[in-house]
Design a protein around this ligand. Structure first.
Ligand code: GLY
Ligand code: MN
Ligand code: MN
Length: 425
């Protein structure tokens, strides 16, 4: 079982006890809640999708085991909120060595803590299970805990390299997202507002079995694309606008993250083409550079150089190349990174540096986005008029392979002719 294998790998890296709890429901307003989303690390190690649960992983004096605490079955609670596994089903399906009611947490943990020096906890979270552990440590005099260690870092490191099961789910998420982006292009001629395209995108997500979006969809017409995290999606779309859509679904807990930018009326203007071509060119080049041993920072530097030269050619940057690079002028028009790792989280929090703070190189099995963009605000009078109000990003999801890379989203159209042909149909 993949989840048990992952737990065993982690247990072997511990010297002490690890405590990791599930997510809890978050209030939306008054007594209503957001849809439940499991804690990513907890899910990675359990495949269990309930709240009010906690796992303990132990490696102490030769004793290695995994323990799960779950909410007991309760007829009335289940009537309102749906079925739960309870102890019996959890024991049967989740392959922990021991499963208890979470009511027994204190009793069990007090015994386990005896003789323990290192406790691995989620240092970002202040959940009730971790609080109970800390309380026990304070109240039991005979305990000699020396260190609290961040459990997340160890798990993020494991999550950096995707296994077959994970890649399969990422590919499924991308395949649904592909359908959604193509559908949005096809509907472009027939809509008037950004939210209509958001609805078109998310309709396809839901109808194809995605559990959610992986992040709030960005549907930005014209100058709105120059707000990087534009999510209000409520403006009218003008006929001559470009529309930037950054949207990806989550499928069985795995993300996709795709951006396409296309003209509402199906025809790029000359100015829009100038900028689009510059980004597409560098995006393709950067993807081709991906292989084991390459650093993300090299890809970013390369992108900054290429985009600087393009903007000089288009007279948007008006100084010699060397000076523009020295002054990092490109940061004004391309203010973000070239991409990020992606997996259970759209921005997988995998470490970009090793324990000596040295950047880690790309390795087979990593999945990252490549997403260069240029943002030319409407009110920036220093930009030639024809380019003002244009914002473009192109984003694909890339797997690092043994000999190079595989673009997992290569069949989502991004060439000018292809996009224009889809919209006009
Ligand atoms: N959709 C968020 C990002 O591209 O990073
Ligand atoms: Mn991204
Ligand atoms: Mn994105």
């Amino acid at each position: 079982m993949i989840y048990k294998d992952r737990r065993d790998t982690l247990i072997n890296r511990l010297d002490g006890i690890a405590i990791l709890s599930s997510a809890s429901y978050q209030t939306r307003s008054n007594d209503t809640e957001y849809k439940f989303r499991q804690n990513s690390n907890f899910y990675y190690l359990s495949g269990f999708n309930e709240d009010n649960s906690c796992m303990i992983l132990l490696n102490h004096k030769g004793v290695k085991k995994s323990i799960l605490f779950v909410e007991e079955k309760d007829r009335v609670k289940e009537l309102w909120n749906g079925k739960r596994f309870g102890i019996k089903k959890a024991k049967k399906h989740l392959e922990f060595d021991e499963v208890y009611s979470n009511k027994d947490f204190k009793k069990v943990i007090n015994k386990l803590l005896i003789g323990i020096k290192n406790i691995y906890i989620d240092t970002d979270k202040k959940d009730k299970f971790t609080k109970k552990v800390k309380k026990s440590i304070h109240s039991i005099r005979s305990l000699h805990v020396e260190k609290f260690i961040d459990i997340n870092r160890l798990i993020y490191k494991m999550r950096l390299i995707k296994d077959k099961h994970e890649l399969n789910l990422i590919k499924k998420a991308i395949n649904i997202t592909k359908k959604a982006h193509i559908n949005a292009m096809k509907k472009s001629l027939h809509v008037t507002h950004e939210y209509e395209l958001q609805a078109e995108i998310e309709y396809i997500f839901t109808c194809n079995g995605a559990s959610s979006d992986a992040y709030t969809s960005i549907v930005a017409a014209g100058n709105n694309a120059n707000t990087l995290h534009y999510i209000s999606n409520d403006s009218k779309i003008n006929d001559d606008n470009l529309i930037l859509i950054d949207a990806g679904c989550e499928y069985e807990m795995y993300a996709s993250d795709i951006t396409r930018t296309f003209p509402k009326n199906g025809k790029f203007t000359k100015a829009q083409k100038d900028i689009y071509k510059a980004i597409l060119h560098v995006q393709k080049k950067v993807i081709k550079k991906i292989k084991e041993g390459v650093f993300r920072s090299e890809l970013q530097k390369y992108t900054q150089k290429k985009l600087t030269q393009s903007l000089i050619n288009l007279k948007i940057i008006n100084m010699p190349y060397k000076k523009a690079m020295k002054k990092a002028v490109i940061n004004k028009y391309y203010p973000h990174g070239i991409g990020h790792f992606m997996g259970i989280d759209v921005h997988d929090q995998n470490p970009y540096v090793d324990k000596n703070n040295k950047e880690i190189a790309l390795k087979k099995g990593m999945v990252l986005t490549i997403e260069p963009g240029l943002y030319l605000p409407k009110n920036d009078k220093s930009i030639p008029e024809q380019y003002r109000g244009i914002g473009i990003r192109i984003e694909d999801d890339i797997l690092v392979t043994k000999n190079g890379y595989k673009n997992l989203s290569s069949d989502i159209p991004k060439d000018i002719k292809e996009i224009e042909s889809i919209i006009s149909k």
